[in-house]
Design a binder for this molecule. Structure first.
Ligand SMILES: Cc1cc2nc3c(=O)[nH]c(=O)nc-3n(C[C@H](O)[C@H](O)[C@H](O)COP(=O)(O)OP(=O)(O)OC[C@H]3O[C@@H](n4cnc5c(N)ncnc54)[C@H](O)[C@@H]3O)c2cc1C
Length: 276
């Protein structure tokens, strides 16, 4: 209310900071997701060159691919819209590149398989047909990371949020398997599965990204403790802040997705097409 107060840049406003940190967390988390998947592919190549069995790693890579494509494209597009919002009216103008990036990024949710198809591939082929083996490998990796308390006290709250989100994710998979099994009794139960496939894909992406952000944050905490200096300090602080922000603001959404998945019912499929 003080008209004489000094002017500040928009990064001093809480909502702008919220939006910027959301963009940073998703951008860095999804970059980690792509690199993590590529590292699994590297491990496959190394094992196969040594004549070793890489079946489990192939399964993990296959599981991660629809997340990279489906989650990456959906969230990339969403965050570009956030970015345009940060630039205000200037962002909307063609003089600035964001509006072009948004249109260019939109094709990613379509042309290598739409998100809905990635969601079906993820559940039916990468989880059900694989009998949950690859999902189990990933979930064990996350549990192992959480068990050793990497990142210390500073990241304890974020680790708890990740542990809870991982349990909620397992529950979504459990609900969908139950519905799939019940298709034998009533074929309409398959519709409940279909109503949850995209939800499962996106919730899985949140959990994996939350995990990878935490892994980066733990390394950043070590670097700071070891005496990082100069520009490295805010760089590592930013990694820790992004992981904590994602854990506090995005991961609790997996509980909501679980509640929605568990309450799904098939009446939508009975509705007359004309009602749409
Ligand atoms: C710029 C561009 C480049 C392309 N390049 C190639 C290429 O190089 N090679 C190639 O093979 N194709 C290419 N495509 C085609 C692309 O693969 C298809 O557009 C894409 O697979 C979607 O199919 P569709 O457009 O027929 O949409 P539809 O299949 O009609 O889908 C429309 C909507 O309905 C949903 N939907 C459809 N079926 C189901 C289902 N069973 N369950 C749930 N939801 C469903 C979809 O998710 C989507 O949201 C390209 C497309 C574009 C726009």
């Amino acid at each position: 209310m003080d008209k004489a107060a000094p002017k500040v840049t928009i990064t001093h406003h809480p909502d702008v900071r919220r939006s910027l940190m959301t963009q940073k967390a998703y951008a860095e988390g999804m970059r980690s997701l792509v690199l993590y998947t590529a590292s699994v592919q590297d491990e496959i190549a190394i094992k196969e060159a040594a004549g070793e069995d890489a079946k489990a790693l192939h399964g993990l890579n296959d599981l991660l691919l629809p997340i990279v494509k489906g989650y990456g494209s959906e969230k990339g597009y969403e965050q570009l819209a956030q970015s345009l919002q940060t630039f205000g009216g200037s962002g909307f103008l063609q003089e600035y590149p964001i509006e072009q990036y948004i249109r260019d990024a939109k094709i990613d949710t379509l042309y290598e398989g739409t998100t809905a198809i990635q969601g079906q591939d993820f559940f039916f082929r990468k989880i059900v047909r694989d009998q949950g083996a690859a999902l189990n490998t990933l979930s064990e990796e996350i549990k192992k990371f959480l068990a050793v308390g990497t990142g210390g006290e500073e990241l304890a709250g974020a680790r708890d949020a990740l542990a809870k989100a991982a349990v909620d994710l397992e529950a979504i998979v459990g609900t969908m398997i139950t519905d799939l099994t019940a298709t034998g009794e009533d074929v309409k139960n398959i519709y409940k599965v279909g109503l949850n496939t995209t939800r499962l894909l996106l919730a899985s992406g949140d959990v994996v990204v939350g995990y990878l952000l935490l892994k980066s944050a733990a390394v950043a905490a070590e670097k700071l403790a070891a005496g990082a200096s100069g520009k490295d300090v805010p760089f590592y602080q930013g990694k820790i802040a992004a992981a904590k922000f994602f854990a506090a603001n995005v991961l609790p959404g997996v509980s909501t997705e679980r509640a929605l998945a568990e309450s799904v019912e098939g009446s939508l499929m009975d509705l007359d097409e004309a009602a749409f």
